[in-house]
Design a protein around this ligand. Structure first.
Ligand SMILES: [Zn+2]
Length: 247
């Protein structure tokens, strides 16, 4: 385990704990957010999505997932055992952009091949997870932004963990741009088989820093351990390991 260090919160002067690699830290006594390296207050919007499920309700969510769908073993709902469930407030950057890609390429599916050009123009609230390593399914998470409120540490459950950001704003913008361009390359494969020229222009309208509640569940079934990840704002399953049926 990496050793945690302390800086003083510039708002309440309480100790703000951070771990190596964390760039933006939030005080757990007053909710004030600080840029670790400089010690200056974080100047951007910091929002929070509220968790709607207490520990017992989280059990119901888990049970609901075990009972749903057709590809799960028929005795899963009867035999699973929750080993661990943790509510974690994960830090995200939500980058609002207008993205325009112009491209030229060759459509090769017909003979003779033809040259084509086109444009993709879209608006996104692009989600960037502010932690370096994690098996979190960020692209699959339709984050329910309607529910966001200004960050309020008093609304955070005592038993929950709050993770700090390992990615600063600039890095988040860079990642969003890269990922959007890659996404557009993927989209335009419907239209051309070979790209000859591509240019993507991205206008950033806003970058929001946000903590969202996520339940990480470890469960056991027939002696093996599996993971389930559930969103805590609306109770949506985000990723779940399903044991093989003949197991
Ligand atoms: Zn403080």
């Amino acid at each position: 385990m990496a050793v945690a260090q302390n800086i003083r919160c510039s708002h309440c002067s309480g100790p703000v704990e951070f771990k190596p690699g964390e760039l933006i830290a939030t005080c757990r006594y007053c909710g004030f957010t600080t840029v670790v390296e400089t010690g200056v207050p974080f100047n951007f919007d910091h929002s929070l999505l509220l968790n709607k499920f207490d520990l017992a309700q989280a059990d119901e969510l888990i049970e609901g997932w075990m009972n749903s769908g057709f590809i799960k073993p028929s005795d899963l709902a009867k035999k699973y055992k929750v080993l661990e469930k943790t509510l974690v407030y994960l830090p995200f950057w939500v980058v609002s952009v207008e993205a325009k890609t112009s491209y030229k390429g060759i459509f090769e599916r017909i003979s003779p091949p033809i040259a084509k050009d086109g444009k993709i123009q879209k608006e996104y609230n692009w989600l960037v997870l502010a932690r370096e390593a994690s098996g979190f399914p960020t692209r699959e998470y339709a984050i329910p932004l309607e529910g966001k409120i200004p960050y309020d540490f008093r609304k955070i459950e005592r038993f929950a963990k709050v993770l700090n950001s390992e990615i600063d704003r600039e890095e988040a913008l860079g990642l969003a741009k890269q990922q959007i361009e890659a996404h557009h390359r993927y989209l335009l494969k419907q239209d051309v088989d070979k790209i000859v020229e591509i240019y993507t222009d991205i206008k950033v309208k806003q970058a929001l820093y946000l903590h969202a509640p996520v339940w990480f569940v470890k469960y056991e079934y027939k002696g093996k351990t599996f993971q389930l990840i559930l969103d805590g704002a609306i109770g949506m399953p985000l990723k779940g390991d399903i044991p093989p049926s003949k197991f």
